[in-house]
Ligand binder design. Structure first.
Ligand code: CA
Ligand code: CA
Length: 200
């Protein structure tokens, strides 16, 4: 890297390449390129050898929790079963917010999934998660606005969950809402999802 010039992109042969820890590493670098590139994440803000050749998933989401009891419920986006974005429901407020995530799905089609998941068993923690205005550059998505059931499949591993279109929306008429009641005890791993298979 060029320290004097303020350019912190890694140089070829840098010992920082593939030497970073994946713990808490974001899925994109400061240029917005997907990481890791190569065997592991690099140390620093820029991933050596990363390119913008992948695709970008954009979506809006919100949840109903703004408290401080963290570590229980998480919102996630997954591509082919791999988490590409997640947020503790207490890490943000309750307003709509947008996200842009670099993804790099393989093959001619892939599954896009949004999940509400418990990472620790808890009760009396009512929570809901809305998703809206989903889009991916370069991929065909049947209902990018998330306005209808076309192509989307709902699944749950505990009957207490609900998943349905909601009148709360960011754009258009509706959004998709996954929710869990507060009076039911959850266990780590309890999840509900909505999934669509996309043409790459
Ligand atoms: Ca929140
Ligand atoms: Ca909408």
């Amino acid at each position: 890297m060029n320290y004097a010039g303020g350019d912190f992109h890694l140089a070829s042969g840098s010992p920082a390449i593939n030497a970073g820890s994946p713990t808490f590493a974001p899925p994109i670098d400061l240029d917005g390129n997907a990481r890791p590139s190569g065997a592991a994440d690099d140390i620093g803000a820029y991933e050596y050898g990363a390119s913008a050749s992948g695709q970008t998933l954009t979506f809006w989401e919100k949840d109903s929790e703004a408290g401080t009891t963290s570590g229980y419920w998480y919102k996630q986006a997954l591509v082919d079963g791999v988490v590409v974005w997640e947020s503790d429901v207490t890490a943000d407020g309750t307003a709509w917010q947008s996200h842009s995530v670099a993804i790099n799905p393989a093959g001619s089609s892939f599954d896009l999934q949004f999940r509400l998941i418990s990472k620790a068993g808890v009760s009396n923690y009512p929570i809901s998660f809305n998703v809206d205005d989903v889009a991916i550059n370069g991929a065909v998505i049947a209902n990018a606005g998330f306005e209808s059931t076309t192509g989307w499949t709902y699944a749950e591993n505990k009957a207490a969950f609900t998943g349905a279109y909601d009148t709360a929306f960011h754009g258009g008429a509706k959004s998709y809402k996954l929710s869990y009641p507060g009076a039911t005890t959850s266990a780590a791993g309890d999840a509900s999802t909505v999934t669509q298979t996309l043409a790459n």
